[in-house]
Write a protein that binds this ligand. Structure first.
Ligand SMILES: [Zn+2]
Length: 212
C-alpha cells in the first residue's frame, strides 16, 4: 500500500479523537502531509471511523485532488490543503466539532488561555461563518490562522495544525480545554485569562524547548 505511514497516522489520530469525545459520527476530519512527497492523507467522507481500515484513508495532492483510496476524501480537503500549502512549517491538520469550541466560537472575541499549557496555542481567533467545504472557508482559515496554531469556526467547530500529528492533536486537545475552562468560568462569572506577560513567557519557554 502506498503512503502507509501517513495513512496510519490519520487513522490512529481519528480513533484517538473519537475516544476522547472530540469527534462524533462522521463529523471532523484529519490530514497528514508526507515528509518527502507533496501528498496528503485525509479521512474519507461519510465513512464510520470506528470500523475504518488504513487503506480506506484517502490520498490527495496539495490542492485536494483525489489521488488514491476507495472512498472520496473529506469535503473539507480544501481547508486542510490550503493551510498545508500556506504553512510549510505544518505537517498535520485537525478539524473537530468539539462542543465547547463550537459554543465559544459564538463569541466575537478571541479565545484566551487560562492555564500555562494552553498558552502555546493562544490567542485563538474566530473565523466568520462561511459555507463548509468551500474555497472561501479555506482562504478565511488561512488568513485568520496567520502564524497561529488554532482557530474557531463560527457555527461550526475548530481547526488546528502542528509540525506533526502529535503536535496538531495537542493543539486540538488544549484548544478544546481552553474553550471548556473559559465556558465554565464565564458561566459562574469568574473568568480570568492568563496574564499577557505570562502567555508570552510560556511561548518563549516552549519555543526554546523545541529549538533544542
Ligand atoms: Zn466540519
Amino acid at each position: 500500500m502506498k503512503y502507509e505511514k501517513i495513512r496510519k497516522q490519520v487513522l490512529d489520530a481519528i480513533l484517538e479523537a473519537v475516544d476522547m469525545g472530540l469527534i462524533k459520527g462522521t463529523s471532523g476530519n484529519i490530514a497528514v502531509k508526507d515528509d518527502e512527497e507533496d501528498v496528503v492523507a485525509i479521512t474519507p467522507s461519510g465513512i464510520a471511523y470506528k470500523t475504518m481500515k488504513v487503506e480506506d484513508i484517502a490520498i490527495v495532492d496539495m490542492n485536494g485532488k483525489w489521488l488514491d483510496g476507495p472512498y472520496k476524501p473529506s469535503s473539507e480537503a480544501p481547508m486542510h490543503t490550503a493551510v498545508l500549502r500556506a504553512r510549510k512549517d505544518m505537517k498535520a491538520t485537525v478539524h473537530t466539532h468539539g462542543m465547547y469550541a463550537t459554543i465559544m466560537a459564538m463569541y466575537d472575541n478571541d479565545l484566551l488561555p487560562t492555564t500555562p499549557p494552553q498558552a502555546e496555542f493562544a490567542p485563538v481567533k474566530i473565523v466568520p461563518f462561511t459555507m463548509p467545504g468551500s474555497n472561501d472557508l479555506a482562504q478565511k482559515v488561512v488568513d485568520t490562522l496567520g502564524d497561529g496554531r488554532a482557530v474557531l469556526l463560527k457555527n461550526h467547530g475548530m481547526f488546528c495544525c502542528g509540525k506533526d500529528i502529535k503536535s496538531a492533536m495537542a493543539a486540538t486537545v488544549y484548544t478544546e480545554e481552553m474553550a471548556t475552562t473559559a465556558y465554565y468560568a464565564k458561566l459562574i462569572g469568574i473568568f480570568k485569562p492568563l496574564p499577557e506577560e505570562a502567555i508570552q513567557k510560556m511561548k518563549e519557554l516552549i519555543a526554546a524547548d523545541q529549538a533544542v
